[in-house]
Design a protein around this ligand. Structure first.
Ligand SMILES: C[S@@+](CC[C@H](N)C(=O)[O-])C[C@H]1O[C@@H](n2cnc3c(N)ncnc32)[C@H](O)[C@@H]1O
Length: 231
């Protein structure tokens, strides 16, 4: 098998190994965990900030869904990035614990990644304008990530994007705490539903192979039918 490929759950998928070497990653991670945007904690990797800018420019979302608000810094940043690019995009940020922050153009809603349908139904989020961009940055458990993939496979239109954040947890030696985390969820989803999402290698590899906190995590919904078990 090629060095760049790994066998996960009977599917050959690109390796999730990131660009970061073990001696770099801890210092980089400290920076990410302490980063503030306009004074608000914002746990984004700087490489991914540049990638997101390009993705926003390419996709031109009308609605940005973020799952995992934390302090609200990334929602504020997405709103500002969109405005800088001249996009009239609404940001909807969902978390089990909503931040005490009010930002024009951002709605903070309570919700659980394991049951986003309840939040979508309660707030009629399915009515929000397309194109959509989804950033899943919440629990990082394989269960939560899988639930997000299943929900958004149903509601995203072809050509819309979901970013599964923080597969880098595996390189940080933390994935066991998350039952395999985002990487396991992506690998399992791709094995069970091949062709439903396509990996955006132009984003994952923009600055080098998997030079991102989100290895194989920039995912475009294709036109393929999504047929969950029992349908
Ligand atoms: C990594 S932080 C989000 C970081 C933020 N997006 C940023 O870039 O600054 C994860 C967030 O997910 C939330 N969270 C944890 N479990 C969750 C769940 N089951 N559903 C929704 N949100 C959850 C936590 O409350 C926390 O605020």
């Amino acid at each position: 098998m090629d060095r760049g490929l790994v066998q996960k759950d009977a599917l050959v998928i690109r390796s999730f190994k990131t660009f970061f070497s073990p001696d770099q990653i801890e210092a980089y991670q400290r920076g990410v965990m302490n980063y503030r945007y306009r004074g608000v904690l914002c746990n984004k990797s700087p490489l991914d900030l540049a990638i997101y800018l390009r993705l926003l420019e390419d996709v031109k979302p009308a609605t940005i869904f973020e799952i995992g608000s934390k302090a609200g810094g990334s929602a504020l940043l997405f709103r500002d990035f969109a405005r800088t690019l001249g996009l009239d995009a609404a940001v909807v940020s969902i978390d089990v614990a909503v931040p005490q922050l009010s930002i024009d153009g951002v709605r903070f809603l309570e919700g659980d990644v394991r049951d986003l349908k309840a939040t979508f139904d309660a707030h009629r989020l399915d009515q929000l304008p397309h194109p959509w961009l989804v950033v899943e940055d919440s629990a990082h458990t394989a269960e939560g990530c899988s639930a997000a993939l299943a929900l958004f496979a149903r509601v995203l239109s072809p050509g819309e994007w979901l970013v599964m954040e923080d597969g880098v947890l595996e390189d940080l030696g933390l994935s066991a705490q998350y039952a395999g985390g985002p990487n396991a969820a992506i690998a399992q989803f791709f094995a069970a539903h091949p062709g439903v999402f396509e990996i955006g290698t132009q984003y994952c590899d923009m600055f080098g192979m998997q030079a991102t906190y989100n290895p194989n995590g920039y995912l475009m919904r294709t036109a393929a039918a999504f047929l969950p078990p029992g349908t």
